[in-house]
Design a protein around this ligand. Structure first.
Ligand code: NDP
Length: 246
């Protein structure tokens, strides 16, 4: 198991983009990557929260660029890619973390607009970002991709609706993209965080005591491992438990 303690230098000099970094798992992943030496690009819709994450990243001696971005604003992604290309010419890591729970309901009761929005945020926008960032990841000496999945992607989850479908689609996309990228320097993997104390988890399980769950900071070292040059896995599905020993 590599050293995933803070300030381990595992990501020194690496440029990593994390979507949905304004709170929860994405925020903790960004801070852990910063502590491990990375420069961050952090996205989300809530600029005030992103600014607070930026402060935390500076506090560990790293740099971040804030990008206010709604996953469903498809035109924003090529603009962002162009800006990355002209400033850095490469992207060392892409973490597709932003996600929405949508509506927990029987299939027959799901509202069409919520179905479409959930699929857009959790799957289609990530495909579009993968497609758009692929050349920048290939331009990096060791491009690493972490696609954040969920246990809902596998098996049958009554009432998890479009969320479960979107994560199953994401897993299928990840396997195809990884197989297509065998001959590149990229490593593309899925990470299932497992139940983690965040706002999303609280809305799915309102009666649960969050103190019984790992915190986002507990699982964040898994991201550092998968984003490091030393990550050899490719086309794999990891759980945070596998990688952190939680
Ligand atoms: P949170 O709800 O705490 O955070 C979600 C993040 O996604 C926020 O930063 C939010 O930022 C961003 N986001 C949501 N919608 C959009 C959008 N339309 N455009 C841009 N950004 C958006 O969730 P978690 O931290 O729990 O979840 C992170 C990932 O982990 C998700 O993919 C989730 O499916 C997955 N996961 C979580 C588990 C858990 O137990 N917590 C278990 C399994 C998987 P903002 O609102 O500022 O846009």
């Amino acid at each position: 198991m590599p050293d995933t303690s803070p300030s381990n230098g595992l990501l020194d000099g690496r440029l990593i983009l994390i979507t949905g970094a304004s709170r929860g798992i994405g925020r903790a992943a960004a801070i852990a990557c910063a502590a491990a030496g990375a420069e961050l690009i952090i996205t989300g819709r809530t600029s005030g929260a992103l600014e607070e994450v930026d402060d935390e990243i500076r506090a560990v001696g790293a740099k971040a660029t804030i990008v206010e971005l709604d996953q469903t604003d498809y035109a924003a992604t090529p603009r962002l890619a162009d800006a990355i290309a002209s400033r850095w010419g490469r992207l060392d890591g892409f973490v597709a973390n932003a996600g929405q729970l949508g509506q927990m309901a029987p299939m027959a009761h799901i509202e069409p607009d919520i179905w479409e929005r959930t699929l857009s945020v959790n799957l289609t926008s990530i495909w579009f970002q993968a497609k758009t960032f692929d050349p920048l990841l290939r331009a990096a000496p060791a491009g690493r991709v972490v696609l954040v999945s969920s246990g809902a992607a596998v098996g049958a989850r009554p009432f998890w609706g479009a969320y479960a479908v979107s994560k199953a689609g994401l897993e299928s996309m990840a396997r195809a993209w990884a197989a297509e990228s065998e001959q590149t320097n990229m490593k593309i993997n899925l990470l299932d965080p497992g139940g983690t104390a965040t706002a999303m988890r609280a809305s799915a399980f309102p009666g649960e005591d969050p103190a019984t769950l790992p915190s986002p900071a507990d699982i964040a070292p898994a991201f550092v491992t998968l984003l490091s040059e030393g990550c050899e896995g490719h086309g794999e599905r990891y759980t945070a438990r596998d990688l952190t020993g939680l």
